[in-house]
Ligand binder design. Structure first.
Ligand SMILES: NC(=O)c1ccc[n+]([C@@H]2O[C@H](COP(=O)([O-])OP(=O)(O)OC[C@H]3O[C@@H](n4cnc5c(N)ncnc54)[C@H](O)[C@@H]3O)[C@@H](O)[C@H]2O)c1
Length: 134
């Protein structure tokens, strides 16, 4: 059993990843601030996950969240293009520096969405893992 951190685990993509990880018998921790994610998505996993409610912009919280995990699936983001036009500063703060922090783990994979594009380090392990094929 591997230990996963899913940032944005209350969101659309993240919650489906959590569901699949639990189906496979993996250990899952979620980091989410519920800004766009839904509590009912997480409630469905009650008792089977560890939930850290917090902001991925916080170094302190991200350090706590990545502690002891084997993989990070980074889905915490503000993905809306209209939002990025209306509030580019917040979108940038959440999507860019937070990606850097969450990528402190070598085995990290992130969604690259409509609001940003980034290159992530990946290793032989990530390349061979089904979630992490590039
Ligand atoms: N949904 C799609 O079809 C799709 C397609 C391609 C790529 N993506 C990318 O996948 C990623 C996730 O998309 P989604 O559709 O699941 O979005 P979503 O809004 O449903 O999920 C994002 C999650 O991140 C959380 N979050 C946002 N800001 C946070 C913060 N500061 N701290 C902690 N948590 C925070 C939200 O609460 C939410 O649970 C995004 O990068 C998006 O661009 C999505």
């Amino acid at each position: 059993m591997a230990h996963y951190l899913v940032t944005g685990g209350a969101g659309f993509i993240g919650s489906h990843l959590v569901e699949e990880l639990l189906r496979r018998g993996e250990k899952v921790r979620i980091l989410d601030n519920f800004s766009t994610g839904k509590r009912e998505n997480v409630d469905a996993f009650a008792g089977r996950i560890e939930l850290i409610e917090g902001d991925i912009r916080s170094h302190h919280i991200v350090r706590e969240a990545v502690d002891g995990v084997d993989f990070v699936l980074h889905q915490g983001a503000l993905p809306s293009v209209p939002r990025s036009i209306n509030d580019p500063i917040t979108t940038n703060e959440v999507n860019v520096p937070a990606h850097s922090m969450c990528s402190t783990r070598p085995k990290t994979r992130a969604s690259s969405g409509s609001s940003m594009l980034l290159l992530l380090p990946f290793t032989a392990q990530t390349r061979n893992y089904p979630f992490a094929r590039v």
